[in-house]
Design a protein around this ligand. Structure first.
Ligand code: GUN
Length: 283
């Protein structure tokens, strides 16, 4: 089998064109542009690249965008104070604090200090709980993008076996919950899982979100599986995913490339969540 490519760039473009139209409606009706504040603490190069991509994406769809670049010495109290100000800002409908944060800052405390109505990352304890309960909430951007890609295959997901590799709060855990909601049977594997290949071999849907370059080999992939790769690591200057792409694409029915698969979808879902927050705050 030769896999069809799930083109995250193309799908993102379609969704972003729709967002541009909706932003225009919001501007015409309420004279409001959706506003996103992105906060980054410290000087991690990769995080700065992600933040500038988010800023550019906001500008391209007509959002109001504010970026706060804080030094690595920033204290938790200073960060909480900035979030208080952004919570109160009329121009800001969504707040994102780029992770990871420097040691000494409690990420959960910070995320849950953002107003749940402005929590476009979906990391607030209330939104996390609502997701688990199946209630309306902000869904974390990467798993939301992963589900959108899987749905675009047009395959019936009910009863399928989904294997998620990775148990982070940002991707693995919420991806598992979302896939369960789609009536798949979910296995979540992680760094301590024994016989990883045995689990992956049973998967109709593979979601790799573990951050280990090319951990998932072609011989682990079941013939016809849908393979979603959320990994991005730089190896010798080249972006590499968690899946050995060439090998896996000979077995899979659908596969996401790295780059150009999950990455653009994450940013697009952030735009969707920010638009949703702005609409809710206007009405
Ligand atoms: N770091 C890696 N992915 C994410 C994300 O989706 N949101 C935030 N805030 N930080 C991240």
């Amino acid at each position: 089998m030769c896999a069809k490519i799930l083109d995250g760039r193309k799908i993102s473009k379609e969704i972003r064109n729709d967002i541009i139209e909706q932003v225009q409606h919001l501007k015409d009706r309420y004279e409001v542009a959706p506003g996103l504040a992105v906060v980054i603490v410290g000087d991690d190069d990769a995080s700065h690249v992600y933040v500038s991509m988010k800023e550019k994406a906001c500008q391209k769809v007509g959002f109001h965008s504010e970026v706060y670049k804080l030094p690595k010495e920033t204290t938790q109290e200073e960060l909480l104070k900035l979030i208080d100000e952004l919570n109160a800002s009329k121009k800001i409908h969504g707040i994102l604090v780029q992770l990871p944060l420097p040691k000494g800052i409690d990420e959960n405390l910070i995320n849950s200090h953002i107003l749940p109505t402005k929590d476009v990352d979906g990391f607030h304890a209330i939104n996390t709980g609502k997701l688990l309960l199946g209630e309306e909430s902000f869904i974390p951007c990467t798993p939301k993008g992963i589900l959108e890609l899987i749905k675009r295959t047009g395959e019936n997901l009910t009863g399928k076996h989904a294997v998620v590799i990775g148990r982070s709060n940002i991707v693995g855990k919420p991806a598992g919950v979302l896939l369960l909601k789609e009536n798949t049977t979910v296995t979540i594997c992680h760094s301590k899982t024994e016989n990883l290949e045995k689990h992956v071999q049973m998967a109709d849907i593979v979601v790799a979100a573990v951050g280990i370059p090319e951990l998932i080999k072609g011989n682990m992939i079941k013939e016809g599986a849908i393979v979603i790769d959320a990994g991005t690591r730089k190896v010798n200057g080249k972006l590499v995913g968690d899946v050995a792409y060439e090998e896996a694409s000979k077995k899979a029915s659908w596969i996401t490339p790295v780059p150009g698969g999950v990455g653009p979808m994450t940013i697009t879902m952030l735009l969707e969540n920010t638009l949703k927050a702005a609409k809710a705050q206007c009405e």
